[in-house]
Ligand binder design. Structure first.
Ligand code: TYM
Length: 336
């Protein structure tokens, strides 16, 4: 039996942070030899909120370079850009026509983002999860490794696929595969440095709320020095009254490679004055190899272009096949 297929992506909206890394990218890297991986830059999603055209292409290249710097290996993983494969847009239209409007109106992320946009909510923002479903279903993905915040979109993807199969396929010959989310227990919800009850986010206006993968050491040190803590001595996991403490200990665990038990024992008698320098040093050391590799890769634009050219070719071969099956099931004639 062949390997199972993994598909996932990140939006190229700058400020790639520890949440993106620990919730998604690092898990892609760790599991990559086990699967056949399709990992992409979700640049069509990036324009569902107001964006800066001059920034889009450079953010896309930065993200591709970061994928490679974090350890994606082209022997196992295909890296491509969503807008380079036109089947993503086309399948979105087709699936739009079988997706009930109220399924989209119920999406938590839509409601949250719509509030922030005020009068300027685009139809694209509402439709975002159908585009995401198309990304996944085009590749007949078995597994989709993401952070906790994408869980509802994955459930919707399964619902759309099931509805399509029910309406347009024979029960024993489904056209679209129902994917499973792959959400790790630890790191699936990294919280803001400024508020342990809010998730770390690219779009938070305060840069102090997150540690970005490309932050230089002095900035990491400054952010950790300023991050929110509590006045209690002795650091513990899982205390609902201490969300910041749980978040920082979890980050320290994931970045140091120690177990939760080891960290619990190490930190149980510590105060913040002792923990913060330790956490700072660990974070800087964990990001150093990524930053060094990133610097080397990002200067070689022609290499990045060749990665994407290759990626596009491989992605298109699969995506176009699924698109043709969907169109046939819907009753479209093949072009002459
Ligand atoms: P995006 O760009 O918001 O986030 C990329 C990945 O990072 C995860 N993530 C987090 N994980 C833990 N803690 C956090 N604070 C945190 N913030 C973000 C996200 O869960 C995600 O896995 N719609 C997606 C991109 C996308 C996609 C797809 C993903 C488009 N099509 C198809 C999977 C499959 C998004 O906006 O992710």
């Amino acid at each position: 039996m062949g390997k199972q297929r993994v598909l996932s992506g990140v939006q190229p909206t700058g400020n790639y942070h520890l949440g993106n890394y620990l919730g998604a990218i690092r898990n892609w890297v760790e599991g990559q030899s086990e699967y056949e991986n399709y990992l992409f830059v979700a640049d069509l999603h990036a324009i569902t909120v107001p964006h800066e055209p001059k920034q889009l292409a450079s953010d896309t290249y930065t993200l591709v370079a970061l994928y490679l710097a974090c350890g994606l290996d082209l022997n196992y993983s295909t890296i491509f850009v969503q807008s380079h494969v036109s089947a993503h847009s086309e399948l979105t239209w087709l699936l739009n026509c079988i997706t009930p409007l109220n399924w989209l109106q119920d999406m938590i992320q839509f409601k949250e983002k719509a509030v922030k946009q005020g009068e300027n909510v685009s139809a694209g923002l509402l439709d975002y999860p159908v585009l995401m479903a198309s990304d996944i279903l085009l590749y007949q993905a078995d597994k989709v490794p993401v952070g906790e915040d994408q869980k509802q979109h994955l459930e919707l993807t399964r619902d759309i696929a099931a509805r399509f199969n029910h309406l347009f396929a024979q029960p024993d010959r489904p056209v679209l595969k129902l994917p499973d989310p792959l959400i790790r227990k630890e790191g699936a919800r990294v919280m803001s440095l400024a508020d342990g009850k809010r998730k770390m986010s690219k779009s938070d206006p305060s840069d102090l709320s997150r540690i970005n993968l490309l932050d230089p050491p002095d900035q990491i040190q400054y952010k950790i020095k300023r991050c929110k803590t509590d006045p209690i001595r002795g650091l513990t996991f899982d205390d609902p009254e201490r969300p910041e403490c749980n978040n920082l200990l979890t980050l320290y665990t994931l970045l140091s490679g120690k177990t939760k038990e080891e960290v619990a024992a190490e930190c149980q008698d510590m105060g913040w004055g002792q923990f913060k320098p330790l956490f700072t040093e660990t974070t800087i050391a964990a990001l150093k190899p990524i930053q060094e590799k990133y610097q080397a890769i990002t200067e070689d634009k022609s290499y990045l272009e060749s990665v994407l050219r290759d990626g596009r070719e491989k992605a298109e071969a699969i995506a176009n096949q699924t698109l043709a099956q969907v169109k046939a099931a819907l009753g479209y004639s093949t072009p002459l």
